[in-house]
Design a protein around this ligand. Structure first.
Ligand code: EPZ
Length: 422
């Protein structure tokens, strides 16, 4: 397995192009199942998760024109001639977002068999809200042999659905299904992430009638069918936040082109409290820092709160801040696996339940460390950029799931970073 080697201590300077958002691209690719017309997506990031989703959709019979593996760019997907409504375990287990095919398949083809995704490193991550919502829409759900068997012979019917927690995936699954249901669906306590609004924008261009996406109440007037469209995917706010922290922790000056401040309000507020300069530019965001930053307390929450997907990254910044920072993780139950790896680099962090107390130290020291999940792997890269000496990160396949060409982008900003092929 490849490794990444970093020699730390070099401030980052220059401009980095933020890629299309992984967590928008995945549901947008699934939206192709809702129509027999071609759906074209541009600014698709070149990521392993995108390839996995393409494989799953191809398994169902979706015709996909893809530039090249992991190359990113423009995809055209056409579900006119689907050959299967079964999403097999060996594909679903690779990526939890595979569960998003369930709603569209039932809505359009009145049946679907999708493997239960199983847990993952950061938590059990059940799909009960997805299933309960589909039952409210009239689907019959049977769980057997690790698979979800969903059917709606008479088609789905619009309904009022109250989500117990504002689940991003459940909101996306149900919003897509509701576009082909008969009548109105209202999703209460819906997730408000910008990726949901981006999905709704695309669905609207395909002919869907959706109001309130991005708020906690989404109204969908179901219709008979949808057409195709060409949709440009929004910029990846989590990638942008990660590079903002990279600029801050190395005491550099970086322009994040394509980044949108309105999608990063909570992280920007946190960075400014710590003493980082963050300015909106017409091309994106300017981020600069010099000298030691101040410690800040924060807790992750569903959007627009501080995103759980930036928790590991901001924690690294706090490990070298002046003072102590209390970080609360409220979205996932096991998202502190980066802590022992950071401790190997000299960080002083105590974890108790969903809280981590980070006592700032002068400097981290480079060390061999191991990535455990996507965002933890990016936090180890940030730690390596800031640390004294050499850091070698193993299991970097996690990185490729969510960060397009990260070592090339960082090297272009002046980092001493290279991928060591196994
Ligand atoms: C999406 O995951 C993102 N993935 C995650 O990003 C992100 O961390 C998460 O939203 C929260 O923002 C994609 O968009 C592909 P949830 P999702 O359903 O939809 C519980 C990354 O690093 N829950 O909002 O799976 C669940 O256990 C990934 O890019 C239920 O209890 O997240 C969790 O505690 C990691 N029942 C909480 O809700 C359900 O049916 C939030 O999960 C569904 C979720």
């Amino acid at each position: 397995m490849d490794k990444i080697r970093i020699l730390g201590g070099r401030p980052l300077h220059g401009e980095v192009e933020i890629s299309g958002a992984k967590n928008a691209a995945l549901p947008l690719m699934v939206a192709s199942l809702l129509t027999d017309a071609p759906l074209t997506l541009s600014r698709v990031p070149g990521l392993a998760d995108i390839d996995t989703m393409a494989r799953l959709l191809a398994e169902l019979g979706v015709d996909i024109e893809m530039p090249e593996k992991n190359g990113g760019g423009t995809l055209t997907l056409n579900a006119a001639a689907l050959t299967s409504t079964v999403a097999p375990y060996e594909l679903v287990r690779r990526m939890r977002a595979s569960i998003l095919v369930l709603g569209p398949l039932v809505a359009r083809f009145r049946e679907a068999t999708v493997s239960l995704p199983g847990g993952c490193a950061i938590g059990t991550r059940p799909v009960d809200l997805h299933l309960a919502g589909l039952e409210r829409l009239g689907a019959r759900i049977v769980l057997e042999d690790g698979y979800i068997h969903a059917s709606a012979p008479g088609g789905l019917k619009g309904a009022e659905i109250h989500l117990a927690t504002p689940s991003v995936g459940a909101t996306e699954n149900l919003m897509m299904a509701a576009t082909l249901a008969d009548g109105e669906t209202v999703l209460h306590n819906a997730a408000r992430e910008p990726e949901i609004a981006d999905l709704a924008l695309c669905l609207g261009a395909m002919g869907a009638d959706i109001a309130g996406a991005g708020s906690d109440c989404v109204r969908i007037q179901g219709g008979a069918s949808l057409s195709g469209t060409h949709h440009r995917i929004m910029a990846d706010r989590i990638e942008a936040g990660t590079y903002a922290i990279a600029a801050a922790i190395t005491g550099g000056k970086v322009v994040l082109s394509g980044a949108r401040a309105e999608h990063l309000a909570a992280p920007i507020d946190c960075l400014r409290q710590a003493g980082v300069t963050v300015e909106e530019r017409n091309t994106g965001l300017f981020v600069a820092a010099n000298g030691r930053l101040g410690a800040v307390n924060l807790t992750t929450h569903p959007y627009p709160g501080f995103p759980t997907d930036l928790q590991a990254q901001i924690m690294v910044l706090m490990t070298v801040a002046k003072g102590s920072s209390l970080i609360g993780e409220t979205v996932f139950e096991n998202r502190f696996m980066h802590v022992p790896e950071l401790a190997r680099m000299g960080a002083d962090i105590s974890v108790s339940g969903g809280n981590a107390l980070v006592r700032g130290v002068e400097r981290l020291r480079g060390a061999p460390v191991m990535a455990t999940d996507l965002r933890a792997s990016s936090c180890l890269v940030l730690a390596g950029l800031a640390a004294e000496g050499e850091t070698v990160i193993s299991r970097v396949y996690h990185l490729g799931r969510g960060y397009e060409r990260i070592e090339k982008k960082l090297a272009a900003l002046g980092a001493d970073i290279e991928r060591i092929a196994s």
